[in-house]
Design a binder for this molecule. Structure first.
Ligand SMILES: [Zn+2]
Length: 258
């Protein structure tokens, strides 16, 4: 019997609206807009269930909607506010109602009044969004390249936001290798359906034994990749060995449902 505690009940209310914002942001290589440097470092160094994609999703949605409420606040109507109130209610988050809807900037004031609730909501919904996007390897490759830019930007805009603990990285700034936990292996194995993503060899363990080095960093650590669950894929030993640090291999073959 599968333990109930391992099952999450997702609601997927309006989640596809949010997904399209995130996939657009990744397609257009938008930076991490608003992120907690400490959390970023924690998730980049060691496999964390709050993945870098979770951080990116909640930060991007927050910045996106903050921009919408600030710039086009006068286009937002009472019905839109009602929509947000009802949506968050589904997730157990109670928004305050606007004091008045007469001012031209009432929507912006209302957003500010409820800012923390919005952040809480985007954190909550990020779990549902990552659940869906984790299957989209094409998007994961692009996402990991955005992450790579943060790591490479040693003296740029991120330098003062991201503080790395001593000895967490090599001299050239790449992240040190660490143990891949079972929960990551299980997730990647199931997502990639027990097959090497490069040559499609069956790695299900019936014929050959699954090795530790079957779990491969999509963007290699040597090339400023991270120890993030979204940066791992399943490969056979041969494909893993033949993959140079500079060549990001990820084929996007999917087994059709029927
Ligand atoms: Zn292979």
């Amino acid at each position: 019997m599968f333990e109930d505690t391992l099952l999450k009940e997702y609601k997927f209310k309006s989640v596809y609206n949010f997904l399209s914002i995130i996939s657009d942001a990744i397609e257009n290589k938008f930076d991490f807009w608003n992120f907690d440097g400490e959390q970023f470092v924690k998730s980049a160094l060691r496999f964390n269930k709050v993945s870098l994609l979770h951080i990116y999703v909640s930060g991007t949605l927050y910045c996106y909607y903050r921009g919408v409420f600030r710039k086009s606040g006068d286009l937002i109507e009472e019905d839109d506010i009602e929509w947000w109130i009802n949506l968050m209610k589904e997730y157990g988050i109670k928004l305050k109602k606007p004091k008045s809807c007469d001012d031209y900037d009432f929507a912006w004031k209302w957003f500010n009044m409820n800012e923390e609730k919005f952040m809480q909501f985007f954190d909550t919904i990020s779990d549902e969004i990552v659940h869906i996007l984790f299957n989209d390897k094409l998007l994961l490759v692009k996402f990991n390249q955005i992450v790579r830019n943060v790591l490479l930007d040693e003296n740029g805009t991120y330098a003062d936001i991201v503080e790395w603990p001593k000895d967490s990285r090599n001299e050239n700034g790449t992240i040190k290798r660490c143990h891949i936990p079972k929960w990551v292996k299980r997730a990647v194995f199931h997502r990639d359906k027990g097959h090497c993503v490069c040559c499609n060899r069956d790695l299900s363990g019936i014929i050959s034994i699954l090795h530790n080095n079957n779990f491969d960093h999509i963007v290699p650590l040597k090339d400023y990749g991270t120890n993030d669950p979204c940066n791992i894929q399943l490969t056979c030993e041969q494909c893993n060995k033949s993959k140079g640090a500079k060549n990001i291999i990820a084929k996007y073959k999917y087994q059709s449902w029927w």
